[in-house]
Design a protein around this ligand. Structure first.
Ligand SMILES: [Zn+2]
Ligand SMILES: [Zn+2]
Length: 342
């Protein structure tokens, strides 16, 4: 089969490799679509960072159809449409047993150590394949993975109905985070510097969009919140300045949730955290149940994925039409879907 294999930084190859064979408890899927994530591009440009063994088939946002499943596994049948719940935890460590599965040190993730979905076929533990309801379309299903990251961040934030939330950065994860906060009953302000992102935020139901290139965005957020600042600020941009903006713009005794992955390290004045008695929360990947919740929210129309699909490409074109397009200065896309059949 054809597969996109990571060997090292700047060394990702489209190769012909043997089809994977199922191990105990596993099913084999024919990949329908896999979406390209900023993490894939960071691995290609700077990795291996999260990739734990090489060579490895890339792709961690994957949906497919079951083509092979052992008789002794119930709940799934050949032909079922499924989403890959891509995080495997050990289930036995301190963190797994204390409901903090996203920090399991023995975690394995599809496409980052175990072979992923930028390929024709993939094998995966059957109990980590989630059957898709009809309401979730094939060509949007892989975005359930970043939607799961968004659901996890909302759950980590501890938001309560009626609270105000500013989402900094409306890329794919930001756009999904704003929808998940809306679903949780928050009033959501979206802040970005790109016109296309602000338009997307408005279309997806942000209560207000704030263009950070025009005037003082922190001042605007205070205006919107009766002069005190949002209860929660979520940073999804991963830029150098934005975590510091989050500390500055959140209200006193508010909550900052950091979701972005930071390439550069800012010089932070932590006195602002101390002086304002901020609660600063990191949120990474997902825990048990987060993907099932994301599937329900999408199926009920509370999170929309389709608007965030910007292009469809073939496996052969991942590097020129996927990775390179997403790293261009004039990045004009949210998610790009890859099909092995295109
Ligand atoms: Zn991702
Ligand atoms: Zn564990």
């Amino acid at each position: 089969m054809r597969a996109l294999v990571f060997y090292a930084k700047n060394d990702v190859r489209l190769e012909e490799i043997p089809e994977p064979e199922i191990g105990p408890g596993e099913a084999k899927i024919r990949v329908t679509y896999t979406s390209i994530c900023a993490t894939d591009i960071e691995e290609w440009q700077f990795g291996p960072t999260y990739i734990t063994s090489t060579p490895t088939v890339m792709g961690h946002e994957v949906s497919g159809r079951v083509v092979e499943i052992p008789d002794n596994i119930s709940g799934l049948s050949v032909g079922d449409r499924v989403m890959v719940d891509n995080v495997l935890i050990c289930g036995a460590c301190f963190w797994c047993l204390s409901d903090s599965q996203a920090t399991c040190p023995n975690m394995e993730v599809a496409g980052l150590g175990r072979d992923g979905g930028l390929a024709e076929f993939m094998t995966w533990p059957a109990d980590h394949l989630i059957k898709l309801p009809d309401a979730v379309k094939d060509d949007e299903a892989p975005l359930l993975e970043p939607a799961t990251v968004a659901v996890h961040a909302v759950r980590r934030s501890g938001v309560r109905v009626g609270e105000s939330v500013a989402v900094l950065g409306v890329g794919t994860v930001g756009a999904l985070t704003l929808q998940a906060f809306k679903a949780a009953g928050a009033i959501v302000y979206a802040v970005d510097v790109r016109e296309s992102s602000l338009q997307m935020a408005a279309r997806l139901g942000a209560d207000e969009v704030v263009d950070a290139t025009r005037g003082d965005a922190g001042e605007r957020l205070r205006e919107l919140t009766g002069g005190i600042g949002p209860d929660i600020v979520v940073e999804t941009a991963g830029a150098t300045r934005t975590p510091l903006d989050a500390f500055d713009w959140v209200r006193r005794a508010g909550t900052v949730v950091l979701v972005g992955i930071y390439a550069a390290k800012p010089e932070a004045d932590f006195n602002v955290v101390v002086g304002k008695e901020l609660r600063v929360i990191g949120s990474v990947a997902a825990g048990t149940g987060d993907m099932a919740a994301a599937v329900r929210l999408v199926a009920e129309g509370k999170i929309r994925l389709g608007d965030l699909v910007s292009a469809h490409i073939s496996l052969e074109r991942v590097i020129p039409d996927g990775f390179e397009r997403m790293t261009a200065e004039s990045k004009d896309v949210f998610r790009i879907l890859v099909s092995p059949d295109a």
